[in-house]
Write a protein that binds this ligand. Structure first.
Ligand code: SF4
Length: 283
């Protein structure tokens, strides 16, 4: 398999049915080998207006055998080109925990990672709705606690139900989702990912920033105005704030906001977290 690994960000191959797609990731600051559990169509429990997955269908079905071969091939290609692999990342065309192959695929990827690139992280990017399912929550919790090289990047775009309805357009009620996220982060660590953009010409309302900061502080284990140390066994490992940087099929419904808006949000949060918890922006 020729992976054409190059210094570009390119996610489009996953809409062409790719199960494994190496990309340069601004999040990981290096090569991220993506695993796509949905090569045939987008499957997600959110309907974010900024979502960059363009409508597509293909006849390709997910195959664990193909995934393992393609992953070995991508890692071999990276090694041949002397390119460090930062992570193997479950993302792709939707919410990975919705796939019936999720667990077996994650276990297989973990095994290949351990054998081939043990320094690389294993990452699951999730909108958190999988936490509503007991067995998925337990599986993720055990995985997160098993190794510091396993990371859950959890979407938290909103601190209020009103903005959540606009920016995530999810069927799951805000309070229900947050309750499950609270329970999870009390026991296992996550990295928070937040998209900040305008929707339908409107920025997040003024009350949104304060509510979001309060929620992240709570999930990080902060109490009142005190700053607490990060417990790596639970809570929050890092916060990543994103701007809208790529085209989306619903453009211009969602629009990028100035970098200063992202930086303001980060500045609002940083004083309340232990300095060990990085708050980075990706405009
Ligand atoms: S959670 Fe991710 S895949 Fe799902 S709609 Fe939102 S951006 Fe798209």
């Amino acid at each position: 398999m020729a992976n054409n690994i190059g210094p570009v960000e390119n996610h489009r191959s996953r809409e062409g049915g790719a199960i494994v797609y190496p990309v340069y990731s601004r999040r990981s600051k290096g090569l991220s080998v993506g695993i796509n559990l949905f090569p045939d169509r987008k499957v997600c429990s959110f309907d974010c207006p900024y979502c960059e997955v363009f409508p597509f269908t293909s006849d390709i079905r997910f195959s664990l055998t193909v995934m393992k071969e393609a992953l070995h091939s991508a890692l071999a290609e990276a090694a041949a080109q002397d390119i460090p692999v930062r992570d193997i990342c479950f993302s792709g065309n939707g919410e990975p925990t919705l796939s019936s192959h999720f667990r077996e695929a994650l276990k297989a990827a973990a095994q290949i990672r351990d054998q081939t690139v043990p320094e690389a992280d294993l990452v699951v990017i999730t909108n958190g709705t999988g936490l509503l399912d007991d067995s998925t929550r337990t599986f993720l919790q055990e995985a997160a606690l098993s190794s510091g090289k396993f990371n859950i990047w959890l979407k938290l775009d909103a601190g209020t139900p009103g903005w959540y309805e606009k920016i995530d357009r999810a069927a799951v009620p805000f309070d229900t989702l947050i309750e499950h996220i609270r329970s999870f982060t009390a026991l296992a660590p996550v990295t928070i990912q937040t998209m900040i953009c305008a929707v339908n010409g409107k920025e997040p309302p003024p009350e949104e920033a304060a509510a979001w900061v309060g929620l992240v502080r709570e999930l990080a284990g902060c109490d009142g105005n005190t700053v607490q140390s990060n417990n790596n066994a639970a809570g929050i490992r890092a916060v990543q704030i994103y701007g809208k940087a790529r085209p989306a099929p619903e453009d211009p419904l969602a629009e990028a906001l100035p970098q200063a808006t992202l930086e303001e949000r980060a500045e609002l949060l940083r004083p309340f977290l232990d300095p060990a918890i990085r708050v980075d922006i990706f405009p």
